[in-house]
Design a protein around this ligand. Structure first.
Ligand code: ATP
Ligand code: MG
Length: 425
């Protein structure tokens, strides 16, 4: 943003699938305001920006009537599109902006955000008068020119890149080309995370969890990565993007966006009953998606994944309007990294304890979510049957670190009888 006073404003045009949503004005003091265009509000067939703007969402009309005004942080629908951890630091540093300046970061990454939203910097003369007049004596100014390449945004804490695959090599997407794989490079903090994630996701896939295509990729197959610290490990974890199809965008949003929470509230502001209820009530196939959600909740317990917080669940909008539960992602056996970890991320049946949770908690969960238990129980039984039949053998050949395998087997043996899996230690 150019130097100047608090009346100077930059404006981003917000669109989705080429449809105008509105104008996001950013002031120097951090105040930012989204004015939603009448054409969007009044279109009963509008593409879904967020579940809260879906025509059948109870308060959609009311929510869009007034501008969305925030200070420093952007509204959660946009704030949750930005990286949280090391990728955010990398971008803020190269842009020379403060890490909390979300408007600036969005304006830089706006052409390649998760899902299908675009945020495009506007020239002052292109901004409609009515947008500026809502901001008193505000004067529109040009955005500062930036020249860095590799402008993609991915949410989450770990370092990751959006890359395009060609003949077994992976390139950071450039110009208008969109990346179709997320590449998570090994961590300097925790050992063998890519092997762990590949193994946990593979095990999940064996018991009926819907997962995207995944791979382990040799680091020397990754081209033009920026300078980052890497440990002495050879492979990265690759997962095919379900919000991209060739160069097309498929809209998605995570449950922090859906529940209008900020990233820092991802562990504290909701429970699995809240998510279950939204899935059952609003998905285009509520029962199928609730059954899939229940399977994943159980699998996260079985795999000692303590990190299935709000941002690790998403809706995807394949027909641009109707939500469906997205494929699973970010399933990692976290208890191998966190000493004495005994809890999963959000409450389920009023508990978070891996070693006390039973089927009875799942029944309570289903009841509270308004989902018929008789339609859920067979899915949980099937997960247990398949996990007991397949996992002990599969784990011997999957590439997880041997010490981590040992911890996972011991976790299996420590679960309550409903969920225990016998495996040689
Ligand atoms: N296959 C996929 N297709 C599209 N988007 C994805 C996919 N996998 C992950 N994402 C998106 O990217 C974000 C980051 O991915 P992921 O959760 O794996 O990273 P992370 O940094 O390990 O997360 P956390 O902060 O939870 O540890 C997710 O929150 C989700 O929005
Ligand atoms: Mg995540």
């Amino acid at each position: 943003m150019s130097a100047g006073n608090n009346d100077e404003v930059n404006v981003l045009q917000i669109s989705i699938h080429g449809v105008l949503v509105g104008y996001l004005a950013g002031f120097k003091n951090g105040r930012n305001v989204l004015s939603i265009a009448d054409s969007f509000k009044n279109d009963p067939k509008r593409p879904t920006l967020s579940l809260i703007t879906h025509p059948s969402f109870p308060n959609a009309t009311k929510l869009m009537a007034a501008p969305w005004v925030q200070n420093q942080r952007l509204h959660p629908v946009f704030s949750n599109l930005l990286p949280e951890g090391s990728l955010r630091e990398l971008i803020a540093q190269s842009l020379k902006v403060h890490i909390d300046n979300e408007f600036q970061i969005l304006s830089y990454l706006g052409e390649d955000l998760p899902g299908a939203i675009k945020a495009t910097p506007m020239e002052p003369e292109d901004i409609p008068d009515y947008v500026l007049s809502t901001h008193g004596k505000a004067k529109a100014v040009k955005f500062d020119k930036t020249t860095q390449e590799n402008k993609f945004s991915l949410a989450g804490v770990q370092m990751k890149f959006s890359m395009k695959e060609k003949e077994g090599r992976y390139n950071l997407s450039k110009d208008d080309a969109l990346g179709d794989w997320i590449i998570k490079t090994p961590s300097t903090q925790h050992k063998f995370v890519p092997l762990n994630e590949y193994t946990a996701m593979s095990l999940a896939g064996m018991v009926g969890v819907e997962i995207p295509e995944i791979k382990l990729v040799e680091l020397d197959k990754l081209d033009n990565l920026p300078q980052i610290n890497l440990p002495n490990e050879k492979q990265a974890f690759a997962i095919k993007r379900f919000d991209r199809d060739d160069n097309q965008r498929i809209h998605m949003e995570d449950f922090a966006q859906i529940l209008v929470k900020y990233p820092h509230e991802k562990y504290t502001s909701a429970n699995y009953e809240n998510i279950g209820k939204v899935i059952y009530d609003f998905s285009g196939d509520g029962l199928t998606d609730a059954q899939q959600f229940a399977r994943r909740l159980l699998v996260n317990i079985l795999l000692a994944n303590g990190d299935a917080h709000l941002k690790n669940w998403s809706f995807v909008y394949p027909d641009k309007v109707t939500p469906r539960l997205s494929p699973a992602y970010d399933i990692v056996t976290t208890n191998v990294y966190i000493e004495n970890e005994t809890q999963y991320a959000l409450n389920l049946g009023k508990t978070k304890e891996w070693y006390t949770v039973t089927m009875a908690h799942f029944q309570w969960w289903a009841d509270k979510s308004g989902i018929p238990w008789r339609a859920i129980k067979p899915h949980l039984d099937e997960v247990m049957k398949k996990a007991r039949e397949r996992w002990p053998e599969a784990l011997t050949t999957l590439p997880m670190d041997e010490a981590h395998k040992k911890t996972l087997r011991s976790h299996w043996n420590t679960l309550q009888d409903d969920f225990k899996i016998e495996a040689k230690k």
